[in-house]
Ligand binder design. Structure first.
Ligand code: FAD
Ligand code: UDP
Length: 371
């Protein structure tokens, strides 16, 4: 029987490959990069030995116990709580917006009930069913907090006015009326001790899997039983309906002795500051942070994604999904290929949702070929 081809050695491709390999399929996984793990790739910095998240900081967080158990089989998950800070107009605040942020920002000492009442008095009660990011923000926290923490950051991150973005982007963030400053509310949270690339290498380590790095799918000539494609959907069709819109990121390195900012992530919501955040990578490994006498951090700049850039965030504007829908229609005319993952389905997917979708896709495929 011919092999199954998996395009992309990120979490989508690796998990599907592994599941199929365990059921006796022969698999070829290709990735055009020189490493596995896609955008979750981690590697030790040559000069300092610090584990660096090459394509931006990645924290694993989920309520899906099966997914948590799945990833934990392939590498030790170390406890990690994401405590983000924000510098606004020269002052440092706690994120996500919590009782500490509210008290710092309004120079108050509200109790939880007082803060809830105060924020409610600020919020735009005339907005009933928020559709856009801006409406969601104004309804959620009111103008003062919205303009301080969300408006500028979002304009820089997405390059469009917040009234053109869907409310769902902001619904990812909580507002809390206690001092809990954990950025996520999920039951399971962590970072792999040896980094994400080591986890993905373990997932791909199976006798039935051949891995080819530095290899583009377009350059293969073998005939496959089936293809799972986790590359960009529009690229598969040679962009013939035009390009799907993405944001890309540029990282500007900062190196120095000692500490740079003293925490993993500092957001910069002010619009006058060109970057969105700075991440200091030794703080993503709290079990070894103190070992390093030097530090490395990255300023993160977001911009519109050109043909030679890495696509990071799919831009789905309110009422503007047409081109994606057209490409999706085209996929129905072809057989023998399944489009998966963040780029193949043009969705913002966290790692846990990526793994869940990959497990389900593999299961469905195995059931369909067994029938
Ligand atoms: P990818 O990781 O993009 O992998 C696709 C792979 O396919 C790539 O390696 C690419 O080189 C390869 N490829 C594409 N086309 C071809 C081709 N034609 N031939 C050969 N190879 C090809 N998630 C979280 O859960 N927590 C976080 O904290 C978090 N932070 C993030 C921060 C940033 C800045 C970004 C952008 C994402 C973040 N994510 C986070 C999301 C996470 O990166 C994704 O969930 C995950 O990478 C999706 O995996 P994937 O395999 O679908 O895609
Ligand atoms: N956001 C913001 N200010 C912040 C952090 C986030 O306005 O300090 C907005 C921004 O639009 C972002 C969204 O909230 O895209 C979701 O935030 P999250 O931290 O989940 O961003 P991501 O992980 O997508 O980069």
């Amino acid at each position: 029987m011919s092999r199954v081809c998996i395009v992309g050695a990120g979490f989508s491709g690796a998990v599907i490959g592994r599941e199929l390999a365990q059921k006796g399929r022969k698999i070829l996984v290709v990735d055009e990069r020189r490493h596995v793990a896609g955008n979750c790739h981690t590697e030790r910095d040559d000069a300092t030995g610090i584990m660096v998240h090459r394509y931006g900081p990645h924290i694993f967080h989920t309520d899906d116990e099966e997914v948590w158990r799945y990833i934990s089989q392939f590498g030790e998950m170390m406890p990690y709580v994401n405590r983000v800070k924000a510098t606004v107009k020269g002052r440092v605040y706690s994120l996500p917006i919590n009782l500490h942020t509210i008290n710092q920002f309004f120079e108050a000492s509200f109790s939880p009930d007082e803060a809830r009442e105060f924020v409610r008095s600020q919020s735009r009660v005339d907005i009933y069913d928020p559709q856009t990011f801006e409406q969601q923000g104004l309804k959620f926290v009111g103008e003062a907090l919205y303009y301080a923490f969300f408006d500028g950051y979002t304009r820089k991150q997405w390059g469009v006015e917040p009234k053109k973005l869907p409310a769902s982007i902001l619904k990812r963030l909580p507002v809390r009326f206690n001092y809990n400053d954990n950025y996520f509310s999920h039951r399971f949270q962590g970072i792999p001790r040896k980094g994400y690339s080591a986890v993905v290498e373990e997932i791909l380590d199976h006798d039935n899997i051949e891995l080819k790095l530095n290899c583009r799918f377009e350059d293969l000539s073998e005939a496959f039983q089936h293809i799972f494609y986790s590359g960009p959907l529009d690229r598969y069709f040679n962009f013939d309906l035009g390009r799907l819109q993405y944001r890309t990121l540029q990282f500007e390195e900062i190196r120095q002795k000692g500490d740079i900012q003293g925490t993993a992530v500092m957001n910069y919501p002010d619009q006058e500051i060109p970057y969105t955040r700075i991440s200091e990578h030794k703080y993503f490994s709290p079990w070894e942070t103190d070992k390093f006498s030097h530090s490395v951090a990255y300023r993160e700049y977001s911009s519109s994604c050109g043909p030679d850039d890495i696509p990071y965030y799919p831009i789905r504007l309110v009422g503007d999904k047409n081109k994606f829908e057209e490409y999706k229609e085209r996929t129905k005319d072809i057989s023998g290929i399944t489009f998966v993952g963040r780029l193949g389905t043009y969705q913002y997917l966290d790692m846990d949702a990526t793994i869940r979708a990959a497990l389900d896709t593999a299961q469905q495929f195995l059931e369909s070929v067994d029938e």
